[in-house]
Design a protein around this ligand. Structure first.
Ligand SMILES: [Zn+2]
Length: 273
């Protein structure tokens, strides 16, 4: 809790990264959460790991040790046979109760427009998981607008645009994507504070969520939101309410929504405030 408010970090990494050399054991994650008043974190593998399955087991073990503090995400290299992809998603769901899959186009060059990669999004739906998609660095495949295609092909799937376009350069495009697709959610890590206000001018706080990405950013990412003078209801939604509605208390409620009205998907009505 922070200033009487629940805090859910919807994007933080756990494990060891081959590409950057970062190492984040669960004890470090929990130490930082305690220091910053974070109640629950959605933990995600780094995009390039030595042992994908072993990393999922490491996260799964952490979930079993700290079920009230952590939710789990699988990050499966997409260029393996589709059935292997599906099997690993199912294993993470059934063995450990993971609530999301992560797609990282900066290191996993999947074109979201291409139907041949539908198994990635279908795997999330089949297992009642949400789909966290990195946006920003890694364009063209990390362009926020590209995720409008799977969002429309799979209207029951909830897609989170991590970094909301990344650093502010593509924030307007992320706003467009979320405006036209009510099953797209925006996560605020790397945005400047003024960009968060820009997002909230168009997208309801109930589809915006706080993430920190890296432990050294945790304090800044949380406090940039506290300093914006937001209405308390909106601040509570961004700090925890939105993430809890997707990754909630029960893995059974994660990922899939009640089917969204088809009319709003066709026209964009119902999006925005
Ligand atoms: Zn990340």
């Amino acid at each position: 809790m922070l200033q009487g408010m629940t805090v859910f970090d919807s994007h933080t990494h756990l494990g060891s990264a081959v590409h950057s050399g970062r190492v984040r054991p669960v004890d470090d994650v929990l130490r930082d959460m305690d220091r910053e008043g974070v109640d629950v974190s959605l933990v995600i593998p780094f995009p390039v790991v030595e042992d994908m399955r072993g990393t999922h087991d490491e996260i799964g073990d952490a979930l079993r040790r700290y079920p009230d503090r952590l939710r789990g995400t699988a990050c499966i290299p997409p260029f393996i046979p589709p059935q292997q992809y599906r099997d690993e998603a199912k294993r993470c769901r059934e063995e450990y109760g993971f609530v999301a899959l992560k797609l990282q186009p900066q290191y996993q060059a999947v074109n979201p427009l291409a139907a041949r990669f539908d198994y990635v999004f279908e795997s999330a739906l089949e297992n009642e998981m949400a789909m966290v998609c990195h946006t920003g660095s890694g364009i063209p495949f990390a362009l926020p607008s590209l995720f409008m295609f799977p969002a429309r092909r799979f209207p029951d799937l909830r897609i989170i645009l991590a970094h909301c376009g990344g650093g502010g350069m593509l924030v307007a495009e992320a706003i467009v994507a979320a405006s036209f697709c009510p099953n797209i959610y925006l996560e605020t890590s790397t945005l400047m504070p003024n960009h968060v206000l820009e997002v909230l001018a168009h997208i309801p706080a109930s589809r915006v969520m706080m993430g920190t990405d890296l432990s050294e950013c945790m304090h800044t990412e949380i406090h940039k939101l506290l300093g914006l003078g937001l209405q308390e209801e909106d601040l509570r939604a961004i700090l925890a309410g939105t993430a809890l509605s997707l990754f909630g208390n029960s893995p059974e409620t994660a990922g899939c929504s009640t089917r969204l009205p088809a009319a709003s998907l066709r026209t964009g009505d119902g999006a925005g405030r």
